[in-house]
Ligand binder design. Structure first.
Ligand SMILES: NC(=O)c1ccc[n+]([C@@H]2O[C@H](COP(=O)([O-])OP(=O)(O)OC[C@H]3O[C@@H](n4cnc5c(N)ncnc54)[C@H](O)[C@@H]3O)[C@@H](O)[C@H]2O)c1
Length: 373
């Protein structure tokens, strides 16, 4: 997209397709109620909400003050002159819906995984190019405070040369009371190549690639398992090891999805030649172990004291977030804010086609028969 939308001096007209679980975050942002992004109503107009379910469409539109509710995207695209459409439907529908929006002249922000393969993504990017419109996949955790702090520490050399990144998600996805586990109402995500785990692989891929940059992972092994043997699940566990060569030496990546361990976690640890840092997106905290004033003798003690105080501070902050019912999605709001700023200015979007393709190719690689353990 190379034309600035701000030149029109009117708020960008936006719509949401899919008024399910994640739409609450997008609609909170679009309706100007985001604590992370503030009031955006002067520059964005929430024109419409569309869902196959009339109840869901009406709820989204009424609750968040959208102009109209629709149950048919084609009708919506015909009736509304939209600048941006947020596609928040199950992944198998993304390509069809995104193509309709691009061809109708709208830019697209699409939830992850945008496609089920890198080849499909290449085709979709071709459609966007042909229509001279932008399309962007949500890489939201790359905009969370914890990730940004780790990224800054690596960039500033505080951890030394990067040696290892470990990303771990613990979630009881097979729980029959949960959104994926109900055998009578199976989620459409079960049909993706990695089944339910496909819902999480994009997060793994963009977070790893975001921290490892130029590293080429030429040794990859991935164990996909169905440890609990739940019939409608392809897999409930992933243990992947990636080894590559970075500018300063070897770098290891470890991606772990674990449905059996508690409590829920989404942790990220980056290790370097000087020290390491750890954060968690679900229970935000930061632990930093680096050389401190006082040399090798005192550093462990200073690290313990500094991290202890930090954990108490993070604990109090998390308690406050719980009381205010805040979710781990402040990064998503920040990402949307940056995206609308870039769209208005005709600037590159914060998640580039290159970022999206790299993530999709890594997910393909993890699923390749050749790397399976
Ligand atoms: N970025 C994140 O952290 C994050 C978190 C949760 C979900 N997601 C992603 O968001 C997407 C949606 O997930 P969800 O949990 O909100 O799903 P959901 O099942 O709660 O909601 C999907 C909604 O889309 C509607 N829908 C389906 N097909 C449609 C169509 N053709 N036209 C209009 N509406 C349609 C359904 O009726 C439903 O209301 C998935 O791709 C998921 O992976 C991302």
């Amino acid at each position: 997209m190379n034309t600035s939308l701000r030149a029109s001096h009117r708020p960008l007209r936006a719509a949401v397709v899919g008024s399910g679980a994640i739409s609450k975050e997008h609609l909170t942002f679009l309706s100007g109620r985001s604590q992370a992004a503030g009031d955006v109503t002067g520059r964005i107009e929430l024109a419409a909400v569309c869902d196959l379910s009339p109840v869901a469409a009406d709820y989204g539109a009424t609750e968040f003050g959208a102009g109209r509710a629709y149950t048919d995207i084609t009708e919506m695209l015909k009736a509304e002159d939209l600048d941006v459409v947020h596609i928040l439907t199950p992944p198998a529908s993304h390509v069809t819906l995104a193509t309709l929006c691009l061809e109708a002249g709208a830019n697209v922000i699409c939830e992850k995984p945008i496609t089920s393969s890198a080849a499909d993504l290449e085709q979709l990017l071709g459609v966007a190019q042909r229509c001279n419109r932008a399309i962007m996949e949500s890489h939201n955790y790359r905009f969370n405070d914890g990730y940004l702090t780790v990224r800054e520490a690596l960039d500033a050399g505080r951890l030394g040369d990067l040696t290892e990144v470990e990303i771990r998600i613990c979630l009881p996805v097979t729980d029959p009371d949960g959104r994926f586990g109900d055998p009578n109402l199976p989620s459409p995500i079960h049909r993706m190549p990695a089944g339910v785990l496909h819902d999480f692989t994009t997060h793994f891929a963009y977070l790893l690639l975001g921290l490892t940059g130029d590293v080429k992972f030429n040794r990859v092994a991935a164990a996909w398992s169905n440890h609990r043997g739940v019939a409608h699940f392809r897999y409930d566990d992933l243990d992947a090891l990636l080894i590559g060569e970075g500018p300063t030496g070897p770098v290891h990546g470890r991606l772990r999805f674990d449905a059996g361990s508690a409590p829920d976690a989404f942790s990220l640890t980056a290790r370097g030649s000087r020290g390491w840092m750890e954060t968690d997106f679900f229970q935000p905290h930061l632990r930093t172990v680096i050389p401190r004033p006082g040399g090798a003798q005192l550093s462990p003690i200073v690290n313990h004291v500094a991290n202890g105080l930090g954990l108490v501070r993070d604990g109090v902050t998390n308690f406050g977030r719980k009381l205010l019912q805040q979710t781990p999605y402040h990064g998503l709001h920040r990402m949307l804010d940056e995206t609308y700023g870039a769209l208005a200015d005709g600037a590159p979007l914060p998640v580039s086609p290159g970022d999206m393709l790299a993530a999709a190719r890594l997910v393909d690689q993890l699923l390749d028969d050749e790397v399976r353990l």
